[in-house]
Design a protein around this ligand. Structure first.
Ligand code: NDP
Length: 296
């Protein structure tokens, strides 16, 4: 079998188009422009690239982008004061604090200071609890993007065996919650899982969110399974620096029914879902119906 490649880049472009169309309607019919504030502390090069991309795409879909770039030695009090101002600002519907923060800042405290209704990353403890209890929440962007692609590929997910490798708060756990919400039978595997290959081979849907280059190989994939590769790992190969996922794409694609590539799979969906979440936050804040298909 040679797997269908799920084109995350094209899918993300479609999501951005839908968001842009909604944003245009919000402006025309309600005089509203969704606003996303991104806060970056320090000068981590990867974070700077992410923040720039977020800003550009926010403007491209017709939203307002507010960028707050703070020096690396910003005090916790100053950062908390900025978040309080953004929480109170009616033009800001979404707030994202770029992680990781410098070590002197308490990330949990800072994230939990964001108004949960504006927490477009879905990391606030209230949103984690709402998602865990099956209530309306802000859903973390990367797992939301994975779910959208899975729903699109499979239609209904009910009854399918899903295995999520990785139990982080930002990917693994919310991914498992979302799959459970769609009535999959969910297993979460992690570094202490015994016989990972055997667990993975049960999966109709296999999500890899580990951070280990190409560790999921074809012999760990059930024939016909859908493989979602969340990993983004930079490696040196043949003297060149390149990005690879957590899945060994060539061997897995020979067995799987469908697979997301790296790059061009899950990655582009993350920012698209951030924009979708900002739109959802704006609609909710103004008592308007939520955009269909862009949230759960
Ligand atoms: P974390 O490091 O927070 O979590 C990794 C998880 O993998 C942990 O739960 C860990 O288990 C598990 N793990 C580690 N080694 C093994 C192993 N040998 N066997 C089984 N499980 C193992 O990573 P994240 O969840 O933040 O990210 C995962 C990957 O996804 C990374 O490559 C990251 O770059 C990428 N990513 C991509 C995004 C995108 O936009 N596409 C967004 C976010 C992340 P344990 O808990 O037991 O230690």
């Amino acid at each position: 079998m040679t797997a269908v490649v799920i084109d995350g880049k094209a899918f993300a472009a479609g999501v951005r188009e839908q968001v842009a169309a909604h944003v245009a309607r919000l402006k025309e019919e309600h005089g509203l422009t969704p606003g996303l504030a991104v806060v970056l502390v320090g000068e981590d090069p990867a974070s700077q690239v992410y923040v720039r991309n977020k800003g550009t795409q926010t403007v491209e879909v017709g939203m307002t982008s507010f960028e707050h770039k703070l020096p690396v030695d910003t005090s916790e009090a100053d950062l908390l004061a900025l978040i309080a101002r953004l929480n109170a600002d009616p033009q800001v519907h979404g707030i994202l604090v770029q992680l990781p923060l410098p070590p002197h800042l308490n990330s949990e405290l800072i994230i939990n200071t964001i108004d949960p209704a504006k927490d477009v990353d879905g990391f606030h403890i209230s949103n984690v609890g709402l998602l865990g209890t099956g209530q309306k929440s802000m859903v973390p962007c990367t797992p939301l993007g994975c779910l959208m692609m899975l729903r699109d590929h499979h239609g209904k997910l009910a009854g399918l065996e899903a295995v999520v490798v990785g139990r982080s708060n930002i990917v693994g756990k919310p991914m498992a919650q979302l799959l459970l919400g769609d009535s999959c039978t969910v297993t979460i595997a992690h570094s202490r899982t015994r016989d990972l290959a055997e667990v993975c081979r049960r999966a109709d849907i296999l999500v890899a969110a580990v951070g280990r280059p190409e560790m999921i190989t074809g012999d760990m994939v059930k024939p016909g399974a859908t493989v979602i590769d969340v990993g983004i790992n930079r490696i040196e190969r043949d003297g060149k620096s390149r990005l690879v996922g957590d899945v060994h794409t060539a061997s897995a694609a020979a067995v799987a029914g469908a697979i997301t590539p790296v790059p061009g799979g899950v990655g582009p969906m993350t920012i698209a879902c951030l924009l979708a979440n900002t739109l959802t936050a704006c609609c909710r804040a103004n008592g308007l119906p939520e955009p269909e298909g862009l949230t759960v």
